[in-house]
Write a protein that binds this ligand. Structure first.
Ligand code: SF4
Length: 408
């Protein structure tokens, strides 16, 4: 086992020092990916070996992921200026890892009407946000076309706003409420203003684990069906995995390979986001069904493993800063990640579960965090097709200059 102090010092190690200390199996696997810059050279067995690394092998994995990140996406670290809008916390699903949801009669239950949602989007636009991320609980008796109507209300109020909205679970609920076919429903949402879909509600895409996390959640196969259908309809999405609860490294590998396979077929994922389980206020932890969130080694390893296994398929690995403290989020940036996610403005879900990273990270905070690790901050749009570089890292502390790039 490697101590947390040693682990926190890994960025000062050189590959030339770390590589000879690795086992031959691990070293051969990561060197094959470094040479080809593609995770598809790994067998499932090799992925499992990498997912179970400890000690010197883990240090080598982290360094290799960082080198691969530099080769594949360079030294820029992106973020998006966005606002989270959780339009209701009323939910009947009852996920045991969730501390956000409320019953309809609880004193702090809330439900935002269409005007309130549109108003929040308008406020966000006025202070520089170009994306709203809209998700909520699933309340009984939701008006059947409420998701569509949210999109129309937001686009009417702020036509230029990118709407990143509705988890696959919400999509399935919308299909149930309206009685529509999944493809028709997604097309209707796209025509009403849906730009991209959060790849949340994935947690661990294994029905045995899902059954413990939440009996009422959509199955792994249904999650995949919603995502593939959305991609086919021209709606891109993120991809996620929740780690640090009751899952094993084998679940990580299975999920990364599944996501890789979907991406090879559709090309619809914009990024992969590992989501650390925040345990404090959850039933899952209180009932003894989960460990107390990820260890430092797990936080770093999942970002590194994702970079290596997804190389050549999904280019952007995001650090979910709401679940991590400042220095840990920076260590994840040094373990293969290249994106900080959104400013959020109003994060609720992780905070209710016990996270203390705050509800908002300003663009200036992101720029400082990124410059502190010697990288270059850039604001991006949701699909990474446009980035605005803020300044060479060495110039931090001075006036920022901006250079904008648009990609096809
Ligand atoms: S995670 Fe979402 S679906 Fe599950 S209980 Fe919480 S709000 Fe409801």
């Amino acid at each position: 086992m490697i101590s947390a102090t040693e682990l926190a010092k890994f960025p000062s190690l050189e590959w030339e020092d770390a590589a000879p200390r690795m086992s031959s199996q691990c070293r051969a696997a990561v060197e094959a990916v470094l040479a080809s810059q593609n995770g598809n050279v790994l067998s499932r067995e090799q992925c499992l070996i990498l997912a179970n690394t400890e000690g010197d092998d883990l240090l080598g994995l982290l360094l290799a992921a960082d080198m691969l990140r530099r080769e594949l996406v360079g030294n820029i670290v992106t973020y998006v200026v966005n606002r989270n809008i959780n339009f209701t916390n009323v939910c009947f699903v009852g996920c045991k890892f969730c501390a956000f949801s409320r019953g309809p009669r609880e004193s702090d239950a809330y439900f935002l009407d269409l005007e309130q949602v549109a108003e929040k989007a308008k406020e966000a636009w006025q202070i520089g946000a170009r994306e709203v991320c809209i998700q909520g609980g699933l309340p009984h008796g939701l008006p059947p076309f409420y998701y569509r109507d949210i999109l129309r209300a937001v686009k009417h109020a702020v036509p230029g706003m990118h709407i990143h909205a509705f988890s696959p679970m919400e999509i399935v609920y919308g299909v149930e409420l309206t009685g529509m076919d999944l493809t028709d429903y997604l097309r209707m949402l796209r025509e009403s203003g849906l730009d991209t879909l959060p790849g949340t509600a994935a947690e661990i895409l294994d029905d045995q684990v899902r059954h413990v996390l939440s009996r009422n959640k959509l199955s792994a196969a249904r999650w995949e069906e919603v995502i593939r259908t959305a991609h086919r309809c021209g709606i891109r999405s993120t991809s996620t995995l929740m780690y640090g609860h009751m899952e094993t490294p084998e679940h990580w590998v299975n999920q990364l390979l599944l996501l890789r396979g979907i991406q090879e077929d559709t090309g619809g994922f914009t990024e992969f986001v590992p989501l650390g389980f925040v345990h404090q206020n959850t039933l899952l932890f209180q009932q003894g069904l989960a460990r107390s969130g990820p260890t430092l080694a797990e936080h770093l390893k999942i970002h590194a493993l994702a970079r290596i296994v997804l190389a050549g398929a999904i280019h952007n690995i995001q650090v979910s800063w709401v679940k991590l403290n400042r220095s840990l989020s920076q260590l994840c940036l040094r373990s293969g990640a290249n994106d900080y996610g959104g400013t959020l403005m109003e994060e609720n879900i992780s905070r209710e579960a016990g996270a203390t990273a705050g509800q908002y990270t300003s663009p200036e905070d992101f720029q400082a965090l990124i410059c502190e690790v010697g990288r270059i901050p850039a604001e991006r749009n949701t699909t990474y097709s446009r980035i605005k570089i803020k300044a060479p890292a060495a110039n931090f502390g001075q006036e920022f200059s901006e250079t904008e790039f648009t990609f096809a």
